[in-house]
Design a protein around this ligand. Structure first.
Ligand SMILES: Cc1cc2nc3c(=O)[nH]c(=O)nc-3n(C[C@H](O)[C@H](O)[C@H](O)COP(=O)(O)OP(=O)(O)OC[C@H]3O[C@@H](n4cnc5c(N)ncnc54)[C@H](O)[C@@H]3O)c2cc1C
Length: 600
């Protein structure tokens, strides 16, 4: 029988918290928190994405935001029960603010709040038209010259961006721009998505031939329209491309393919952007109030400069430009780099009969895909999780409820277990000369992704080829120079080459702001991505949240959106609500706007 006692504990605490907050008694509210507490707020109190760490920061935020936020109706979420395990009581919660409805999660330790997550579900009076409020579609009755859905849609397509300006322009129509566009459509925020590729999904289609998603299907659903139950676990790139194209159409997005944004500038007086785009060979000038860069965190190629590149007679390109192995059969290839793209490309080249060498400069974290699925993701994102009642929305919120400051503490045991389980595999890789790491603090792949977005390979087979020597390996070396027909390494080795692939990663997304807006704005906004963890490629000071992602930046009306499919799905909710609130003139005073500590 379900133990109802945890419900009593949580309800009592929520009642006390609610009363203290309603009475403006900040100290009484702060007293309900543990000394080592974390309150992560996604837009409800702070109009920001922000984690308050410790009582001092909770106090400061409440003093600044409580009177304005007017939170009420704190309770255990409808239909949910609190639970207790290992001295922690946890519960889904709901509440309201003056302008919104909120949903959240709470963990209690020794009767006090240890972690609190508060997220905005919807703005009052601006709810999405779902369930009882879904659109009628048909217009019953009779009316002269009535327009069909198709005619109305065609009129919208013809007008928006020409005789009528969108409120929001999203630059970049990959999965990020598309997911955000879908949310904004439901919130009735007129939006145009600008994409230089011809069709939605092309950013996946154009990647190397062998690519399949590295993340499993349960992690990858788009908002509103989950993949069907027969969808493959790891979607091939062209299949996900087709899904995105279908999604864009059925979600009725205003998607301008074959359109490139050339430049954008912001008028601080009129609070309006001027966005110049090239569409069908013609220049079109858009005047939105909000501009979102969804141009991809894995899209601004880091192309190294090596002496001799200009005289090399073979093919050379960044991994993002690599067409696949077909024309290199029986040739010699050198792949510079040792992360995901390098491994995928090396394996595909080897399969096509190419003599391929991987050049590894520094250590890489490798985790076998099945180990990651079983030990890292299964409790939230797997068929077992679905069967035990876990929904995508709940999985996302549980993930979001673990504060970044202590997330590595949850991850280290997972990767220790993976190291033990796959000890033989790691031993064989090291024997082949591969330089391994498990993250600066042994916290593994997910922390590396959040901190620096690079430095790992999810093994789907290439590691075996490295271990058995099929993919040749030169490790602990750098490229010294290229000759007409070879790559010379820092240890003096000469590798004959018909093809050189630079799998050297991607730069910060604020590079896009520099290209499209100005260096000044890019510097004003600063580095995008990373937590400030003071680990490799993620310099401190500690920021507590992903820099500049999905939240207000130092540039008024400029936003960054993207990340993997999970992040695009989850955070597009909060970015869309921030944009909707601004469109409706709801005051959105931002608490704790991040300072800029690094330029790019
Ligand atoms: C090899 C590889 C494997 C990956 N595997 C996974 C995975 O398994 N799961 C996962 O979730 N993620 C994966 N990723 C990360 C992946 O890049 C992102 O998840 C995804 O592409 C991000 O989507 P996005 O919309 O933010 O960016 P993108 O898909 O990069 O889209 C950005 C778009 O902006 C457009 N654009 C840029 N500049 C302009 C301009 N000036 N005008 C108009 N359009 C412009 C580009 O054409 C592009 O289509 C992988 C990345 C790589 C490189």
């Amino acid at each position: 029988m379900l133990d109802k006692a945890p419900n009593g504990k949580v309800s009592d605490l929520l009642n006390t918290l609610g009363k203290a907050l309603a009475a403006g008694e900040v100290e009484n509210a702060v007293d309900l928190f543990q000394t080592d507490c974390y309150w992560r707020d996604l837009v409800t109190f702070t109009w920001n994405i922000k984690t308050m760490e410790g009582k001092e920061q909770v106090r400061d935020m409440l003093k600044a935001r409580l009177a304005d936020t007017k939170p009420t109706n704190w309770k255990i979420a409808d239909g949910e029960d609190a639970s207790e395990a290992d001295g922690i009581t946890e519960s889904w919660i709901q509440f309201e603010t003056g302008v919104a409805r909120g949903f959240g999660h709470m963990r209690l330790k020794d009767g006090r709040i240890w972690t609190l997550l508060t997220t905005m579900s919807e703005l009052k009076g601006h709810e999405e038209p779902v369930g009882f409020d879904r659109p009628m579609g048909a217009k019953h009755g009779s009316e002269r010259n009535r327009k069909t859905w198709k005619e109305e849609r065609e009129a919208e397509v013809a007008e928006l961006g020409y005789s009528r300006q969108p409120y929001c322009v999203i630059i970049g129509g990959g999965q990020g721009g598309i997911a955000l566009g879908a949310r904004l459509r439901q919130l009735n925020v007129p939006t145009i998505i600008i994409e230089k590729n011809e069709r939605p999904g092309d950013s996946w289609r154009k990647r190397y031939k062998s690519l399949c998603l590295h993340d499993p299907v349960w992690y990858d659903h788009l908002p509103y329209l989950p993949f069907p139950r027969n969808w493959p676990v790891f979607s091939p790139k062209d299949k996900i491309g087709d899904w995105l194209e279908m999604y864009t159409k059925v979600m009725e997005l205003n998607y301008w393919g074959s359109t490139e944004c050339k430049k954008a500038s912001y008028d601080e007086k009129s609070h309006e952007w001027t966005v110049v785009v090239q569409r069908d060979g013609r220049e079109v000038v858009l005047k939105p109030k909000q501009l979102v860069l969804a141009t991809g965190m894995s899209a601004k190629a880091n192309m190294p400069k090596f002496e001799g590149m200009e005289i090399f007679k073979g093919d050379q390109h960044h991994s993002s430009q690599h067409p696949g192995p077909d024309k290199y059969k029986n040739k010699k290839a050198v792949v510079i780099g040792s992360n995901n793209s390098a491994h995928d490309i090396c394996a595909a080249l080897w399969e096509a009969g190419v003599d391929v060498t991987m050049v590894q400069r520094s250590t890489t974290h490798i985790v076998k895909s099945d180990s990651l699925m079983e030990l890292g993701l299964a409790s939230l994102y797997s068929e077992q999780a679905v069967q035990s009642g876990m929904t995508t929305a709940k999985a996302d919120l549980i993930f979001a409820s673990l504060p970044y400051k202590i997330l590595h503490e949850f991850q280290i045991p997972v990767y220790n277990a993976i190291r033990e389980r796959d000890a033989e595999f790691y031993k064989r890789l090291e024997k082949a000369g591969f330089l391994l790491d498990y993250g600066d603090d042994d916290s593994g792949l997910f922390m590396k992704y959040l901190r620096r977005g690079s430095g790992y390979y999810i093994d789907v087979g290439a590691s075996e080829l490295v271990a058995n020597g099929s993919i040749k390996l030169k490790s602990g070396v750098d490229v010294k120079r290229l000759t007409e027909h070879s790559v010379i390494l820092s240890d003096g080795t000469e590798l004959p080459a018909d093809l050189v692939v630079y799998a050297t990663g991607y730069g910060s997304m604020n590079g896009w702001a520099a290209d499209l807006i100005s260096r000044e704005v890019a510097d004003k906004v600063g580095k995008v991505w990373g937590l400030g963890s003071a680990t490799t490629k993620d310099p401190g000071p500690w920021e507590g949240e992903q820099r500049n992602m999905w939240k207000p930046t130092q540039q008024d009306a400029l936003w960054f959106h993207g990340g993997n499919l999970h992040q695009s799905r989850h955070y597009s909710q909060f970015l869309s609500l921030q944009l909707k609130a601004r469109m409706e003139g709801i005051p959105t005073p931002v608490y704790g706007l991040q300072k800029v500590n690094h330029l790019g």
